[in-house]
Design a protein around this ligand. Structure first.
Ligand code: SER
Length: 609
């Protein structure tokens, strides 16, 4: 096994796939450009979805390779253990309806064994075991083809694990898009099995997944069904941090050269007394949380696309949570104010030669962090003062438990995190009714969900459905703007979250109240009419001849999908869309404001009001 640095790994990987006919393309922004189904780029495939779907041709060809910055915050609370990271780099090689399983698997094997020097004996692989019965709907066969390829490369049957969908199917969870069975590659660390059922995919740490080859043959549609994609793509993802960890023999990703300067900075800033007061596990967890979260926050704040700042909704909220969680843990280590900026500088120094945006945007990143840290510290100080009052009163009355209601009030009204109430109470010899707190929190959340703007059916729908409906609403809005303002009011940008759509369009001045009301009336009228949304595959020329609007700046492929909403709208678009405008319920403009010179921005919501 070789002991490459992350810099060497990136270069070796890209060169290897270049030698196999792949074009090296730049990774995309960590803030998605064209994919409204995710808050952040969570995998290398997201920026490539239109090409994977065949909606257009990639200008660099059908074999691509890249390094993609990814942010996954789904299990943010797991961060602090040995394996979870909220930011990681993913190496990828792509076949856009070009090569398929044989080449993908053989090249993965060749790269692992000849370029990284892993022994074939260290490798275990998993493949999709299929589901359903032949001849019945929903049947998907087992991937025996992948098994045969692995065997031909010398991997014995006992190290080829056939696993169900939970393990060996890749498709963005809860959303629509291209997907398919995958084969995952694990390094056996040589540690003993944790039990008789221990196998790749078990989280005990014996097997570490470093690479995933996805064979995209299906599309998950808006109804959650898998329909054949009509193309055979390959999407692979190799995790830089984990691969480096396995090559170096380091016990965790945090012990690799990647994190070395970041961990060293944390240790330098920590107070030895504060650290000594913690158990070794607590101190270790705090160091890891800070390192992980501040690395992620720095990449988000320095992203070339920009626009994500600490805030209370969507991606902004995720960023705020990362920064505030890091600050909380920094206080445990006795780290003083101003540390977020120092951490960002350390992350920047480590990565700026690979990601120049870190140096270019460091100044704004510094300002954003300093401001957020100041704001949060003020919140904490105020919360601490309130907590002290509560504690004094309890003691004065000879009581020793903080009620759930009081803990919730500290959290809800003063923004004081429950973890801090628990910590401070423990120091003061008080207990907290945590169950009572959870109950109050749950009730509050339910309440706010049912009353929130009357938009969604009390949180019953999953985000992807809402996003699909907003996607169709965007087409209706675009058509209405053309009717009310004229044909120059063209789309300049669009962004959709589970809460709202955002639409930028060319228009030189503020819309009048009458114009906004007229647009709402048109869209709501079309929704009420229950117009069918149809999709057909066609060529760009034909679509344009039919009067379709084309939105993506990039070159279109031979075949594009054209979405038609009665005689209201015709747009070339990757979808997904609802089948009937009735599904949108109703439409309301929340805001109309300037976006940039000559461009206005509308934020709008839909609902079943
Ligand atoms: N999309 C797959 C993954 O994220 C492979 O790149 O694992």
């Amino acid at each position: 096994m070789k002991n490459l640095t992350a810099d060497e790994l990136r270069e070796t990987y890209l060169k290897f796939f270049e030698s196999k006919g792949h074009a090296i393309i730049p990774g995309a922004s960590v803030i998605p450009e064209n994919d409204p189904t995710v808050l952040f780029t969570t995998a290398g495939m997201h920026p490539l979805v239109p090409y994977l779907m065949g909606a257009m041709e990639h200008p660099a060809g059908t074999r691509l390779t890249d390094v993609q910055k990814c942010v996954r915050t789904g299990d943010i609370d797991e961060v602090g253990d040995a394996a979870h990271l909220t930011f990681f780099e993913m190496l990828g090689n792509w076949s856009l309806n070009d090569y398929f399983k044989k080449e993908a698997i053989s090249w993965s094997f060749e790269f692992l064994t000849t370029k990284l020097g892993f022994s074939p004996d260290q490798l275990s692989v998993t493949v999709f075991r299929g589901e359903g019965k032949e001849g019945e709907p929903g049947y998907i066969p087992a991937d025996e083809e992948a098994v045969a390829i692995w065997k031909s490369l010398g991997i014995p049957d006992e190290r080829i694990y056939r696993l169900p969908r939970e393990d060996n199917w890749w498709g963005p969870a809860g959303t629509t898009g291209p997907c398919g069975p995958d084969t995952e590659m694990f390094i056996d660390t040589g540690r003993p099995k944790c039990g008789p059922d221990c196998r790749p995919g078990c989280h005990c740490g014996k097997f570490v997944e470093i690479w995933n080859d996805v064979f995209m043959q299906y599309n998950k549609n808006a109804e959650g069904k898998f329909e054949p994609l009509g193309r055979h793509n390959v999407d692979t993802g190799m995790g830089v941090e984990r691969t480096i960890c396995m090559m170096s023999g380091a016990p965790t990703v945090y012990d690799t050269e990647i994190f070395a300067p970041i961990m060293a900075k944390i240790d330098e800033l920590s107070s030895p007394e504060a650290v000594a007061a913690l158990s070794a596990d607590e101190a270790l967890k705090a160091r890891r949380v800070i390192a992980d979260h501040m690395r992620t926050a720095t990449f988000i704040l320095c992203d070339p696309k920009g626009g994500v700042k600490p805030g209370n909704v969507g991606a902004n909220y995720v960023l705020r949570r990362l920064i505030r969680r890091a600050i909380r843990y920094s206080r445990m280590l006795g780290i003083g104010e101003g540390f977020t900026v120092k951490m960002a500088e350390t992350v920047c120094a480590k990565y700026k030669h690979v990601y120049p945006e870190l140096a270019a945007n460091l100044e704004t990143c510094r300002n954003d962090l300093a401001q957020e840290e100041k704001r949060f510290n003020a919140t904490l100080d105020k919360g601490e003062a309130m907590y002290n009052k509560v504690a004094e009163q309890l003691k004065a009355h000879g009581q020793s438990q903080i009620s759930g209601k009081t803990a919730f009030k500290l959290y809800d009204t003063f923004g004081f995190p429950i973890e801090l109430t628990l910590e401070m109470a423990a120091k003061d010899g008080l207990t907290v009714d945590k169950d009572g707190f959870d109950e109050a929190n749950r009730k509050h959340q339910e309440l706010s969900r049912t009353t929130s703007a009357g938009s969604f059916k009390a949180g019953l729908q999953d985000n992807s459905e809402v996003v699909t409906r907003l996607h169709t609403a965007t087409h209706l809005l675009h058509a209405a703007l053309h009717k009310v303002l004229g044909p120059t009011a063209n789309q300049k940008g669009s962004n959709i979250t589970a809460e709202r759509l955002r639409f930028d369009f060319a228009w030189p001045q503020k819309m009048t109240d009458e114009q906004k009301a007229e647009v709402e009336k048109l869209v709501n009228g079309w929704i009420e009419q229950g117009i069918e949304v149809t999709k057909k595959m066609t060529t760009v020329e034909e679509a344009k001849a039919e009067g379709a609007m084309a939105l993506f700046g990039a070159k279109y492929g031979d075949q594009v999908s054209l979405y038609t909403i009665g005689d209201v709208s015709k747009e070339i678009c990757c979808g997904p869309h609802v089948q009937n405008t009735k599904e949108l319920g109703s439409f309301k403009i929340k805001k109309e404001e300037a976006s940039s010179a000559g461009v206005r921005r509308i934020k709008a919501v839909i609902g079943n009001m």
